[in-house]
Design a protein around this ligand. Structure first.
Ligand code: DAH
Length: 334
């Protein structure tokens, strides 16, 4: 063997001391401890020594290997931290401002709607999104095979279970549990098999229900007029247009004067000057019967609106899908 292990060790320590940077340390680690390095080769050649010398030589060589490993680590640390002290810390630089989260525009509008009704004395209720046919249709006076079921583009889980197509099932769930008077709104997600500029398979509705003695269509008009004035502004005119829903009689859809053209006619209102914002009506006696309310004693009104639709009108957004693409540049505007 050309070099003794002690010679290799001394040479390595000298080289490491003289190294000027981390790159050189890495080179030296290969020269001494690499697969063909000096210490490695020395260890491999121990088998050629006379048998009595082998144990002692092996032990010493392993000690040297360990010691060098430590010396390399120390040197790396020394040279590494020397380099980083060159980068001065400028404490006068402004900090990184963390991106601040915000509520989704649909959540904001949903809260605004709920706040208005809470101020008018309504409670808030919630119910399941996976719903029985009974609550979504049957109890709301949609008999099986009734053509009005077609309007709803239902997602079926099974013959008897659907993804709720509207929040109206909450009317039934609430009245089943509670005797009149009832004054409640029910916000939540609803599902329909439909997708285009103004429809997404999931969207949000807020349902309203008020039942008591002597409730009239005049009360319905008063509450919804107050709502529209608070949601949009006091100048927003509205009209009640006769319509049909199986669970209300009479039924009315509420239109507001077009927020874009103020009635003169534009693309958004299809030149009609009006925009539909919600459905409503007086609770049908058949619905009261289904929940065990006495329809000779009680009357009530109900209404339902799409949250995205209100948000689109309020913010002038023409494609509902924007709400669900999660493009931060869009969401950050609200
Ligand atoms: N559930 C209806 C829909 O999704 C909206 C609706 C209309 C709700 C009239 C009501 C109502 O409570 O009275 O199309």
């Amino acid at each position: 063997m050309e070099q003794t292990i002690e010679e290799i060790y001394e040479e390595a320590v000298r080289d490491i001391d003289a190294a000027a940077d981390e790159g050189r340390i890495q080179e030296l680690a290969v020269i001494y401890l690499g697969r063909k390095g000096k210490v490695t080769r020395y260890l491999r050649n121990i088998s050629q020594l006379p048998a009595q010398q082998r144990p002692e030589a092996g032990k010493r060589a392993n000690q040297v290997k360990q010691a060098l490993n430590q010396t390399f680590r120390d040197a790396e640390e020394r040279l590494g931290s020397a380099a980083s002290t060159d980068e001065r810390l400028d404490v006068s630089l402004p900090g990184r401002i963390p991106a601040r989260g915000r509520l989704h525009p649909v959540t904001q509008i949903n809260q605004e709607i709920c706040d208005i009704f809470v101020r008018l004395g309504f409670d808030i209720a919630e119910g399941p999104e996976v719903e029985k046919d009974w609550y979504n249709f049957e109890a709301l006076n949609f008999p099986k095979e009734h053509p009005a079921r077609d309007m709803q583009d239902t997602f079926f889980i099974s013959d008897d279970i659907v993804l709720r197509t509207h929040t109206s099932p909450l009317q039934i769930r609430i009245m089943e549990k509670q005797a009149p008077p009832v004054r409640v709104i029910a916000p939540g997600k609803v599902y329909r098999c439909d997708s285009d500029l103004t429809h997404t398979p999931m969207f949000h509705q807020v349902e309203g229900l008020l039942v008591d003695r002597n409730v009239t269509f005049g009360n319905l008009k008063g509450i919804l007029t107050t709502f529209v004035h608070q949601m949009f502004d006091e100048q927003t005119s509205l009209r009640f247009r006769p319509s049909f829903f199986p669970f209300t009689e009479p039924s009315a859809e509420v239109d507001i004067l077009c927020v874009m053209c103020r009635g003169s006619g534009c693309r958004v209102c299809s030149s009609t000057g009006w925009l539909e914002v919600l459905g409503s009506g007086m609770v049908h006696p058949a619905v009261f019967e289904n929940v065990g309310y006495d329809s000779t004693q009680y009357t009530g009104f109900a209404f339902g609106m799409g949250v995205e639709r209100i948000a689109m009108l309020k913010y002038g957004i023409d494609d509902i899908r924007r709400f669900f693409e999660n493009d931060y540049r869009f969401l950050a505007q609200f």
